[in-house]
Ligand binder design. Sequence first.
Ligand SMILES: NC(=O)C1=CN([C@@H]2O[C@H](COP(=O)(O)OP(=O)(O)OC[C@H]3O[C@@H](n4cnc5c(N)ncnc54)[C@H](OP(=O)(O)O)[C@@H]3O)[C@@H](O)[C@H]2O)[C@@H](O)CC1
Ligand SMILES: [K+]
Length: 502
Amino acid sequence: MNEVLSTAQMGEADRLAIAAGTPGSELMDKAGRAVADVVARRHKAGERVLALCGPGNNGGDGFVAARVLAGRGFRVRVALLGAREALRGDAAGAAALWSGAVEPASAADPAECDVIVDALFGAGLARDLDGEALALVERVNASGVPVVAVDVPSGVDGNTGAVRRAAIRAAETVTFFRPKPGHLLLPGRLRCGPVRIADIGIPDAVLATIRPACWANGTRLWRPAFRAPAPEGHKYGRGHALVLSGGAEGAGAARLAARGALRIGAGLVTIATPSDALALHAGRPDAVMLRRSDGPAGLAALLADRRRNAWVVGPAAGVGERTRELVAAALASGAHGVLDADALTSFEGASAELARALAARPGGAGQAIVLTPHEGEFGRLFKDSPPVASAGSKLERARAAAASLGAVVVLKGPDTVIAAPDGRAAINANGTPFLATAGSGDVLSGIVAGLLAQSVPAFEAACAGVWFHAEAGCAVGPGLIADDLPDALPKVLKAYFAEAGT
Ligand SMILES: NC(=O)C1=CN([C@@H]2O[C@H](COP(=O)(O)OP(=O)(O)OC[C@H]3O[C@@H](n4cnc5c(N)ncnc54)[C@H](OP(=O)(O)O)[C@@H]3O)[C@@H](O)[C@H]2O)[C@@H](O)CC1
Ligand SMILES: [K+]
């Protein structure tokens, strides 16, 4: 189910498959054949293939692909980085079955072929490229010749998506069994082209031992938690989301969030507004209710009505002590909630204080709280926590943040990561660059709150919210403004409920 495996977990999958009776040489053979199949789908027999093989098992896959393609009538040359005698194990076995010449990689001219098989480095990439490997990757990228990458484009770190000084730009990537974080996280994802996941004979049963806790975000991950409303249901059964408005200058943000919450299906939505912004909400959608709410006491009074079961605090709330008090009041209500924007920046360098407030929430883990920082907000919030701020990849940072706060963290961007305190994480990849626009995040926080109001659990609500937001963005496409996103949701929801069979 869309599991994403770290390179260590993938190594474990290999080992378990081998222990269960499939020799490593057979896994490598299937891997190489899968690569050859992709090349053969893109190119015709007779075309020139250059297989660039590295010193490890990734290179072994390259030798297999070369042999299979030569057998299918391609004109194949093989270039090896390193000495042939230094190859070990299955890679040495695959090289022994290659009967053609092996050129030194330093002499290979990537421009002299129609397609390149990049089998230099895969899961075993251990450091930044330098020397001959660096020069070769740069020559390949400069050649403009299409590349089919084996496992990952060489130079991309499979665990983090980082480019280790330089990396192949692939036209297509063939990976095995399950995707790795580097296929989904930026910049790695942008180097992969379309990613094909080949079955190389590793049984799915190994996942029961590996117990992966990361997924590519998609409907299968949270479909059971978000169903169409029951025919006999009424609006109170679909929850009541409250969106706290900022003052006069930021009232629009609350309206965007409120529309997001309504469109995703919250039964009722109220904007709670300070007196000075009351008049500015005259143009709100008619379906959104309006209540006056001055300061933390006003917010607490509104949330004392337990039917208001989810809230959003932060969009255009203002940065400072007052907003920290509003966050405390919202948390103390026991209702589910979303902390976004100024609610996060108000805790600049004070993540420990926010963690304490979250730990004291009366509903405990059953009170679903989702934080939705973008990279800037994340960096500001965790200034006081270098272990979180510099935990490594975006996936690791989001996980560290969720664990330290005891709440679900949505670390936004083109490769949004959603992480739960228990270690579950999802990486989102269905977005569009057009979503990077003013107010887009406000709509997202409203959508997530709307899902929380409908009793979707925190991690699932965050994953689903991010996915629906991105789908809505894709449905609108070029010219998108945040106001369009809620209105794009009905079509997206219709397709989702049809697919989900509800
Ligand atoms: N049965 C299996 O296991 C299966 C595995 N499969 C395939 O195996 C791949 C993983 O193989 P792998 O573990 O051998 O690692 P791999 O990516 O070839 O690289 C290691 C070599 O690169 C070297 N090296 C590293 N970084 C470097 C750098 N910056 N610059 C220069 N050199 C560098 C490193 O050298 P060292 O660090 O030892 O000095 C070592 O020699 C996986 O991606 C998949 O394609 C499939 O066939 C399915 C079955
Ligand atoms: K590779």
